[in-house]
Design a protein around this ligand. Structure first.
Ligand code: HT7
Ligand code: ZN
Length: 869
């Protein structure tokens, strides 16, 4: 198998002027008729090249060029498509294919979800529908006709506007849709089925009337209000923040329960995983509500950053994903607490993306080669990509960034472009040189920013040295210095912010600066500094880097209590807790809370009324995985023991405060953000639960009194932790109560998959045979097997290797069924180098076993080869 390489990119040999598609949707098979006009994309006078049409698992019925059948020697057919050898410079191509959506378990292309037909074409699903140049730089207008039986499929949808519809003599009905915006294949979509419609209208800033249509299966009719509200907010936000309006008359969203990812931004017809669109007070947690708001906004924002301006090729994926995640982050910050949102972004990057950048699948934000592009929908492309966009914003400022965005749209609306085009728009709009900044796209690995300070009392100067290096990664031995923004401030020992005066400066000095670190190292000198200061560095997580500065405990306590930057206050708290935990893991002794740290925690707790969500962030212990990332070889059991002991200590040492919070932090009090209050109150419950049986009694009361899913689940988690027959009964009753709500069954599976205890693996294995589990449904797979392998370290990393075998069994089963899911599910096994030799050996063995599976998909081949190398 040959990888696809960025450096081999060539422009399309042909352009397509218009595409007409007709789908005859049947229970046994679907017939797809396509008609399109191609034009050779060569300078006048040059001979046209052969035309490559991608196609996979298609049954070719007929092929005509300019009305005449094409003879067998005029084209080549292979498992990946057709090559038309001798076409005139312009030609009309007509193709009829037959496909079998009912048998499509890969959920890629046209497939069935419950009683619906639906599609997923990004990145390369269109080639499973018909023969066509399935590449994002070939854009055309689509006219699509759907024909189906009216009873099972009363609703027939495709991109754009419905221009005609009717009934046929044979009793079948049809609808024709036209999308006036040229688009690449990956944004094509259709849906057919029996759906409930939630309909609203939205008037844009310029006065255009837009129909908002949200389609769900009838059983979910009551769960659409939050998504609809979120959509309206996102539309208004994009108008206010970027001056961007929606551009079709109708915006449609359809919810399906079988979906490989969260949602898809198809032009005018988004398709959503039910998890990311349905929500109501009875079945959803506060986290679910946040997810729905974020994902609805994300897909809406793609209409400009992705659809109107799209990617030239899939190496440029972060052009649309990094930028859209950044816009989503800005939106969520504006809708809620910017500090809490930034802390959550930072935590996600450190706990998911940093490990990815340190593992065998590490790649730059713009990868250079791939075997299977579906493997590159990663935290690096999405979340580090968003950090790269944020750094433009930090370096250029709000207005400069907006100027860059305006120029980007002005230059590239309607085009398929590259990350360089985005960078050029930012640079040109602001008349700055961003050449060095482009290394963020090409270098993998997490940079380390080392800092060291020296205070000179005789000159009242503080010298701050900053240096950077990026560790070697596979295929990248020597990384060059990055253009890296360091937001910083200095505090006195008692927490007062100091003016940051550089040599030669006069006037009022700022209390915070953004310094561009561009060389391998630099020295900054601050004047008029009255005492040895406490540096607050990389504020607001100003670059996706690891900060290496040896803050003392006192300095961290000062930052925790006084830093004006909430991210660094939180970070100081996390470092104090992490140091405590790591010391305990190393010594094998229970964690010791020093007296000053105890006081600091009391102080944080005393502020709970002001900002409960922030207090909850600060007092949430680093996860077991994150602690493990700090070690060369992860001590799985030692980390679990230390963290559980610290949870117990936190629960007992601050029991009065937790009880007060549990009693008084009222989500329904006037002026209180209910979600924030529940978050802190449930953290209190969790600590009280960790401290002893009284906590479990409290959890039992909460479970029975709960009216909100967040409260019910938090209580159940505590009760499961305490175990015994009561917990078993409650788990069974919970299932019986919610057996008809797949979204709650996901939670039920996840709860059990993440519960620790000796029988975790046996429980998970038994659940794979439960009727609530279905290997063909990605939500169920993620809830049970994904959660077990990613969030139950002790259970998954059992020393006998049984956890690895269980995961590998399902990876092998999914290989043929759903290769994208298989390649995601296997990822926890790829980190074998971080474990002790016994566990590493077991993991390696399972990777080899998977690697030897007959007919291994490209998706898995790529992951397995890289992780065994
Ligand atoms: N742009 C969407 C990507 C996506 C996807 C990719 C691979 C396989 C299935 C998929 N479903 C959706 C999602 C997004 O970032 O908005
Ligand atoms: Zn996206």
């Amino acid at each position: 198998l040959q990888p696809v390489r960025l450096r081999d990119y060539t422009p399309p040999t042909h352009l397509v002027d218009a595409l007409e598609l007709t789908f005859d949707l049947g229970d046994a098979y679907t017939e797809v008729r396509s008609r399109f006009r191609v034009r050779a994309n060569v300078p006048p006078g040059e001979d046209p090249q052969p035309l490559r049409l991608h196609g996979r698992h298609l049954e070719l019925q007929s092929l005509h060029v300019d009305g005449a059948p094409v003879s067998g020697d005029a084209y080549l057919e292979d498992p990946e498509g057709l090559t038309l050898l001798a076409l005139p410079a312009e030609a009309t191509i007509e193709i009829v294919t037959v496909i079998h959506p009912q048998e499509n378990t890969a959920l890629d292309g046209l497939y069935r979800s419950g009683g619906l037909f639906c599609t997923q074409c990004e990145p390369e699903g269109f080639r499973r529908i018909t023969y066509f140049p399935d590449r994002p730089d070939v854009m055309t207008t689509y006219t699509v006709t759907l024909i189906a039986d009216p009873e099972p499929y009363p609703v027939l949808l495709a991109n754009g506007n419905r221009v005609d519809h009717g009934e046929r003599a044979d009793g079948r009905h049809w609808a024709t849709w036209h999308d006036p915006h040229p688009k690449p294949t990956y944004l094509f979509a259709l849906v057919a089925g029996d759906l409930h419609l939630h309909e609203e209208r939205y008037t844009t800033r310029s006065g255009r009337d837009i129909q908002l249509h949200l389609y769900v299966e009838h059983a979910n009719a009551g769960k659409t209000a939050h998504a609809m509200r979120s959509l309206r907010k996102a539309m208004a936000w994009d108008e206010d923040t970027y001056g961007l309006e929606y551009d079709l008359d109708t915006y449609m969203i359809v919810a399906v329960d079988d979906f490989n990812m969260g949602a898809m931004e198809n032009k005018g017809l988004n398709i959503f995983n039910t998890v990311c669109v349905l929500a109501d007070e009875t079945i959803s947690t506060d986290g679910d509500f946040e997810t729905v708001e974020a994902v609805v906004a994300h897909e809406y924002f793609h209409n400009w950053t992705g659809n109107r301006v799209t990617c030239r090729d899939w190496f440029q994926l972060s052009l649309k994903e990094g930028l859209t995640v950044f816009r989503e982050q800005q939106f969520c910050a504006d809708m809620g607490s910017p500090a809490v949102k930034r802390i959550q972004d930072t935590r996600l990057l450190r706990s998911i993306q940093f490990p990815e950048d340190d593992g065998p699948m590490a790649h730059p934000v713009r990868p250079e080669s791939y075997l299977e592009i579906s493997n590159f929908y990663t935290a690096t492309v999405y979340d580090k990509g968003a950090e790269v966009i944020r750094m433009y914003h930090t370096l250029l400022g709000e207005d400069g960034f907006r100027r860059g965005m305006d120029l980007y749209f002005q230059r590239h609306d309607g085009q398929a472009v590259t990350c360089e085009d985005f960078l050029a728009a930012m640079a040109d709009a602001n008349h700055v040189d961003l050449d060095q900044f482009s290394r963020w796209y090409t270098q993998a690995g997490t940079p380390v920013v080392q800092a060291g300070g020296r205070y000179d009392a005789s000159t009242r100067r503080y010298h701050l040295q900053l240096s950077q290096h990026t560790p070697a990664r596979p295929g990248q031995t020597h990384a060059l210095p990055l253009h890296l923004p360091v937001r910083l401030g200095l505090l006195t020992g008692d927490g007062q912010p100091l003016p940051l005066r550089l040599p030669g400066e006069t006037g009022q000095a700022p209390l915070e600066r953004v310094v561009a670190l561009r060389d391998a190292s630099m020295e900054l000198v601050f004047e008029d500094i009255p005492e040895a200061p406490v540096p607050s560095l990389l504020r607001d997580f100003s670059a996706p880097a690891v900060l290496d500065y040896a803050h003392s405990e006192d300095e961290l306590l000062t930052l925790l209590a006084h830093d004006t930057d909430p991210v660094n206050r939180w970070d100081a708290g996390q470092r104090l807790l992490l140091n405590t935990l790591l010391a305990s893991v190393e010594s094998g002794q229970p964690p010791e809370l020093s007296e000053p740290l105890r006081e600091a925690v009391h102080h944080v707790l005393s502020g709970w009324r002001t900002d409960p969500a922030f207090v909850a962030e600060v007092l949430t212990l680093p996860s077991e995985d994150y602690i493990a990332e700090q070690q060369v070889v992860a001590d799985i059991d030692g980390i679990h023991t230390a963290r559980e002991a610290l949870r117990n200590r936190f629960g007992s040492s601050f029991a009065d405060a937790w009880r007060t919070i549990h009693d008084q932090c009222d989500p329904h009090a006037p002026g209180v953000n209910g979600a924030s209050a529940r978050r802190l109150r449930n953290l209190a419950l969790s600590y009280l639960g960790a401290a002893g049986p009284q906590g479990a009694e409290l959890a039992m009361r909460q479970y029975h009194a709960a009216t909100h899913m967040s409260d019910r689940l938090a209580a159940l988690e505590v009760l499961i932790e305490h175990g015994g027959s009561t917990a078993d009964r409650l788990v069974a009753a919970f299932h019986d109560q919610w057996r008809h709500e797949p979204l709650v069954i996901n939670k039920w599976l996840r709860l059990q998959a993440t519960a620790t205890g000796r029988n975790a693996l046996e429980r998970v294995r038994a659940l794979t045979a439960h009727p609530g589990f279905d290997i063909r449904n990605p939500n169920r797979v993620r809830a049970l097997l994904g959660a077990f392998s990613q969030s139950n370290p002790v259970g998954f990393h059992r020393t006998d290797g049984a956890g690895y075998r269980l995961l590998a069994d399902y990876v092998v089963e999914l290989n043929a069924m759903n290769p994208q899911m298989a390649a995601r599910l296997v990822l926890p096994l790829t980190r074998w180098r971080r474990l002790d030799p016994r566990r590493a050996g077991h993991m390696f063995e399972q990777l080899e076993r998977i690697g030897n599976t007959p007919k291994l998909s490209k998706d898995l081949q790529e992951v397995i080869t890289k992780s065994l190398a």
